[in-house]
Design a binder for this molecule. Structure first.
Ligand code: ADP
Ligand code: ZN
Length: 639
């Protein structure tokens, strides 16, 4: 490493400001969220930190605020080009000079950016991991003062993680070659122990202060819908949401195309995204979505990494994802601005087959030994089982998610789809005994479908072929519905009376405990939906969560919100940036509630920083004054 010496530069002076001033001036927020402040304090103390926070928790503030207070430059390592661009645009919008360096720039542009950086124009530079090893970048890094290296999406460094990126290993080499070791900070939303240990040891974090914030996202409404007609549900739901922004995830390209066509035929402004489209079309469609030109996007899981759009009001899953990790990451793209948003999974049992098929045909890297491949296959199957459980449980969905991610939180949330459903609890001990007898008669040779078919007295060709009429239990539970018997068997598996073989046949078998039922030593209680309410509720539930924008603003308020949204679109078009970078939905709602009439009042609005006010404040003020004639009407419900 040649000696270049530290270049003293005239960084924008922010030294007289403290962290609160920065948060207010550049972000327009009055207080830090839980945990942010602690990480920031440690960084400012010169210590390494590790932040494990779910999507939307506010990781960027944790490294951007100290970056503006530390003497030198902060490098932010990020795996995705789109994410970098978005973050840098957001910073520039807020009045912070920042730049990014990645393969989307020409060599000339990179040279220019680095020259500016050497002159001290940028406090924050986003850089792709591949760039770190280039001669030009190393020369730059040796010549300036680097106070901190912040590693975003730090789980990419772990070979155990879902998205291992070998280029992340460059970070370690790079830091070693710097004349002075900077502070290291790492951030991820992946919580598993293995990944966490990998981050600390591979990156070489020095006794880092670790923060794990709650994985709970209070503003998200979770529900699973067992609807017979997914298409109808979807069309109703999306039409009902009007101009709101939403993502619909499908398991396959074919489904994306199908759902996309269906919505388009209904006259909905919708676009699509999957790996089968040309890169150009993908980019265009993604932009249509981000810039609110097409508020709805139908996509495979190829879509979303690095999408920072904060005003996504719903994420619907047309198919069940392969794991809770995937589900929570995808669903978590809703409501990053903290506003009420829906995460609804449309469940169909067929999805289990699709997922098994996808898992079996997954290309495992040739780097893995057969043993390792087997371990991976088992791990995948276990993850799928947890997902199936989530789709079928009657317990609180939020509790179920949090427990999966290792958070113990006993009480039901009272506001997810399951908590809001009115289940009745039935004593089904007698019926459970009948299930056990049926299994014994049949020698435990069949899967759930055949067992249920037998008990119901079904007449399908398959059942006739198996001659199920010959068993004494044939038709004995004929007065029940298929779903109710599924619930019963699910409950029996859950309580350990039955089990399913872990092969592709999924044979239903009794355990030693099952005899207790026959002997009358225990009770089997099953939660189920009351029969009469099912249809009526279906329509209600299509309406989704409570406490949405329409619960805060009254009709006049909602009309005014549209007015502000139009102004936001106009400004976004002029500046060629996505609307949510002008102001978030939350900020617009707060404007409707407060109706600020002057600068002072406007500065009280959530998300209004000084710099943003300079740029857009006047236009929003005049819009408010014009619309209201200076008279403060009440645009919201409540006090
Ligand atoms: P993450 O990177 O953890 O997914 P972001 O950094 O994108 O999350 O932050 C999510 C949203 O929360 C952004 O709109 C951000 O401006 C907002 N936010 C972050 N910190 C605060 C805070 N202290 N007060 C209010 N909003 C915040
Ligand atoms: Zn709940």
């Amino acid at each position: 490493m040649p000696e270049y010496g530290i270049l003293r530069t005239k960084y924008e002076t922010v030294l007289e400001m403290n962290k609160y001033d920065i948060l207010g001036k550049y972000y327009g927020y009055r207080s830090f969220r839980e945990g942010q402040e602690m990480l920031i304090d440690h960084i400012l103390d010169g210590k390494d930190v590790l932040g494990i926070m779910p999507t939307g928790a506010g990781k960027s503030v944790c490294y951007q605020v100290p970056a503006l207070l530390l003497p030198g430059i902060t490098l932010v390592i990020s795996p995705l080009i789109s994410l970098m661009k978005d973050q840098v645009q957001a910073l520039n919008q807020a009045g912070v000079h920042a730049a990014y360096i990645n393969s989307s720039l020409t060599e000339g542009q990179i040279t220019k950016a680095l020259t500016f950086a050497e002159q001290g124009r940028y406090k924050i530079i986003y850089v792709a991991p591949e760039r770190l090893e280039t001669e030009r970048f190393l020369r730059f890094a040796g010549a300036v003062e680097i106070s901190m290296v912040a590693v975003d999406e730090a789980h990419c460094i772990s070979q155990w993680g879902q998205d291992f990126r070998p280029s992340y290993l460059h970070i370690v080499q790079f830091v070693r070659r710097l004349p002075r070791r900077p502070i290291l900070s790492a951030f991820t939303a992946t919580a598993t122990g293995e990944v966490r240990e990998d981050i600390v040891s591979v990156l070489g974090l020095d006794n880092p202060k670790t923060l794990v914030t709650g994985f709970d996202r209070q503003n998200l409404f979770f529900a699973v819908e067992h609807t017979k007609n997914r298409t109808r549900y979807l069309q109703h739901y999306v039409a009902d949401r009007g101009k709101e922004s939403g993502i619909i995830y499908c398991a396959t390209r074919k489904n994306v195309e199908k759902v996309y066509e269906q919505l388009r035929n209904e006259g909905i402004a919708v676009t699509r995204y999957h790996a089968g489209l040309s890169p150009e079309e993908r980019r265009n469609n993604q932009d249509d979505f981000i810039y609110d030109r097409k508020p709805v996007i139908v996509a495979t899981n190829a879509f979303g990494m690095g999408i920072d759009k904060s005003n996504v009001r719903y994420v619907l899953h047309y198919n069940m994802p392969q794991s809770m990790e995937n589900y929570y990451q995808e669903a978590g793209r809703a409501g990053r601005d903290g506003e009420q948003s829906d995460c609804i999974l449309l469940y169909s049992a067929q999805d289990i087959m699709i997922n098994r098929f996808l898992l079996e045909n997954k290309e495992n890297s040739a780097d893995f030994t057969p043993d390792e491949q087997l371990t991976i296959r088992e791990r995948d199957e276990k993850r799928l089982q947890s997902m199936i459980y989530y789709c079928n449980t009657k317990e609180c969905l939020r509790t179920c998610i949090l427990r999966y991610f290792g958070e113990k939180n006993g009480s039901a949330c009272g506001k997810c789809g399951n908590c809001l459903k009115h289940y009745v609890e039935k004593d089904m001990t007698a019926e459970a005994g009948q299930v056990v007898r049926c299994l014994e008669e049949q020698g435990e040779r069949y899967g759930i479908q055949v067992v249920i078919g037998t008990l119901l007295g079904g007449k399908s060709a398959k059942l006739r072929e198996y001659r199920v009429q010959q068993y004494p239990s044939y038709g004995t539970l004929g007065k029940w519905r298929e779903q109710e018997l599924k619930d019963l068997i699910g409950q029996m598996i859950q309580e350990g009376y039955l089990r399913q073989t872990q092969d592709k046949y999924g044979l239903l078998q009794t355990t030693g405990k099952a005899q207790d039922i026959v002997d009358g030593l225990c009770k089997v209680m099953v939660k189920m939906e009351p029969r009469s309410s099912r249809i009526a509720e279906e329509d209600d539930r299509i309406k989704g969560s409570t406490n949405r924008r329409s619960d805060i603003l009254n009709t006049r308020g909602l009309a005014f919100f549209e007015e502000l949204r139009e102004l936001r679109r106009e400004i976004a078009r002029e500046k060629a940036i996505p609307p949510y970078l002008v102001f978030s939905d939350k900020t617009l709602v707060d404007m409707c509630v407060r109706l600020p009439m002057n600068r002072e009042e406007m500065m009280e609005v959530n998300g209004m920083g000084a710099f943003k006010y300079e740029k857009y404040g006047a236009r929003f003020l005049s819009c408010i004054l014009e619309y209201t004639g200076g008279i403060r009407e009440k645009f919201y419900f409540g006090e």
